[in-house]
Ligand binder design. Structure first.
Ligand code: AMP
Ligand code: MG
Length: 277
């Protein structure tokens, strides 16, 4: 195991991305094109070391088999959830990671409370669970399109906070990321998808129509962030117009989080009296 510290974003610097409990967030005022010094080339090199460190920490989490890490990814369409998963979690042992994408709820899911399908996908001991969309859709798309009345979705902020507190008290560590892209960046990415035959399949009429609701989504995100970023399950607003910045911040937060857990290999059993034949 490598024991030198990989240099991610310093702890004090990571904190600028964290939404402090009760802090109002104005997304328009947060620069989604932010760069990180000393620049792309150096950061991409550091990212290699950081991802190695993340892999090593995942091994310890798995070996310890006690705690769990839940990573929630939310973003506007084309915000980069899939590519973050590929680039940050790709190098990790697939046996220790499970990714769940939450789609439009099925009839069975709709027949239950909104957290039912979520709870079932919370990682088990030693695992990292990654949510590509999450229970937050139930205060985002559901709010924007008035799928349930306001008096129903409004109660969900509190229900989510209580649910996450319960998970944390029972051994799950939670980190939540909002990948923040600008409206202009979304237009560029949608245009690129439309022109790229390998990506065009990802597009639907609905995705293009959804862009009209940009301001509604921003308002819904801002309220979700302020109401549900807690000491125990913080949100990070990640500048995500530049992929290398986005990946580096997400990896830095995860490495720092796992380092704080002080993960230990289990005690090895005494086996010296056994002779292998
Ligand atoms: P994608 O991430 O492109 O596979 O799309 C998944 C779709 O499912 C998105 O349009 C989401 O808005 C939608 N979705 C996810 N969760 C919910 C939910 N709880 N209620 C309604 N739509 C949802
Ligand atoms: Mg889609």
């Amino acid at each position: 195991m490598k024991d030198e510290k990989a240099d991610g974003v310093a702890k004090s610097d990571i904190d600028q991305y964290r939404v402090k409990p009760g802090q109002k967030v104005a997304l328009a005022g947060i620069d989604s094109r932010q760069k990180i010094p000393p620049g792309k080339k150096a950061i991409k090199e550091r990212q290699q070391g950081l991802l190695q460190r993340l892999s090593d920490l995942q091994y310890l989490l798995f070996a310890e088999h006690r705690r769990r890490l839940l990573v929630v990814l939310q973003a506007m369409d084309t915000g980069g959830k899939d590519s973050t998963i590929r680039r940050v979690f790709g190098p990790i042992n697939p046996q220790g990671v499970n990714v769940t994408g939450f789609k439009v709820p099925t009839a069975d899911e709709l027949a239950h409370d909104f957290l039912w399908r979520i709870h079932r996908r919370v990682p088990g001991a030693g695992d990292i669970g990654v949510f590509n969309r999450s229970h937050y859709e139930d205060v985002l798309v559901v709010r924007v399109h008035q799928i349930v009345p306001e008096n129903v979705w409004r109660k969900r902020y509190r229900q989510i906070v209580d649910f996450e507190r319960y998970l944390v008290q029972t051994g799950t560590v939670i980190r939540k990321f909002y990948l923040h892209i600008s409206r202009d960046e979304q237009r560029k990415r949608l245009e690129a998808r439309l022109q790229n035959p390998r990506k065009r399949w990802k597009m639907s009429r609905a995705d293009l129509a959804e862009r009209q609701y940009w301001d509604h989504y921003i308002a819904a995100y801002e309220e979700a962030l302020v109401r549900t970023s807690t000491r125990w399950a913080p949100w990070y607003v990640v500048p995500a117009d530049r992929k290398w910045v986005r990946d580096y911040i997400v990896a830095s937060v995860l490495v720092s989080t796992l380092e704080d857990l002080d993960l230990q290999l289990p005690l090895a059993p005494k086996l010296d009296d056994i002779t292998l034949n």
